[in-house]
Design a protein around this ligand. Structure first.
Ligand code: ADP
Ligand code: MG
Length: 217
């Protein structure tokens, strides 16, 4: 992978994970925060001396607020950067020296800067919740560059037929990871906590750790 290149050239290349969907409330911020936490936990400082960074490109600042709360609760997370989308390209360039991986959470609106970032991002994560309107939003994501680097996250999944059908459809577009629906997500967001620390043995935590492995694979 890209680590091989680093060894040869001797500089670290920041990996970028973009989390996007033009639809709101599908789990972008939830996914961004949990991935940042899990990847930071899994990081081997000898191999990857630079931490996992996060950028909040949604002016609502939900990720930044969650991070601030989590940090005050004792979570060891590097400070999240709140960046307006037009600033993204220049700010990401500057951050490349400080982070091994950068997770970018985005607003549920079309933004040319996010489209540009999709051209370069190593992984594009598209959380989707099962429903007709959400599928319309997936259709509009089809116009994004980087389709071959896209992974869909079927979020708030249940055992219903609608959910199975959405999954089948998503599988025709790219790899799919699943996060089932659990109330612990809400508790975590209310408390500024992460699910895997709040309830490490829960099925929600199992889903999240699987997602982190799938994203890294
Ligand atoms: N798998 C899940 N199960 C239950 N609730 C979830 C799940 N994923 C997200 N949520 C909840 O859904 C709401 C929207 O999630 P959020 O990450 O803020 O979406 P977005 O960033 O796309 O707007 C939040 O209240 C969050 O706690
Ligand atoms: Mg959000």
């Amino acid at each position: 992978m890209m680590q091989a290149l680093e060894g040869v050239i001797g500089y670290s290349r920041m990996r970028t994970i973009l989390v996007c969907n033009y639809k709101g409330g599908v789990g972008k911020t939830t996914v961004a925060l949990h991935l940042a936490w899990l990847l930071e936990q899994a990081r081997n400082p000898k191999k990857d001396p630079l931490p996992i960074g996060a950028v909040d490109a949604d002016p609502q600042g939900s990720l930044a607020k969650w991070y601030a709360r989590a940090r005050s609760e004792g979570y060891t997370l590097p400070e999240v950067q709140l960046v307006s989308s037009w600033e993204l390209p220049s700010r990401l360039g500057k951050m490349a020296a400080s982070f091994s991986t950068l997770i970018v959470d985005t607003a549920p609106t079309f933004s040319p800067a996010v489209v540009t970032l999709a051209e370069k991002a190593d992984v594009i994560l598209v959380p989707v919740t099962p429903g007709a309107l959400e599928l319309d939003a997936v259709q509009s994501m089809r116009a994004m560059p980087g389709q071959e680097r896209m992974r869909f996250i079927l979020n708030r999944a249940d055992r219903g037929r609608a959910c199975r059908e959405v999954r089948r459809y998503l599988e025709t577009l790219g790899p799919v990871s699943e996060l089932r629906q659990y109330s612990v997500y809400r508790t975590a967001s209310l408390e500024g906590a992460v699910v895997t620390k709040l309830e490490p043995k829960s099925e929600a935590a199992v889903d999240l750790r699987r997602l982190a492995r799938e994203v890294l694979s």
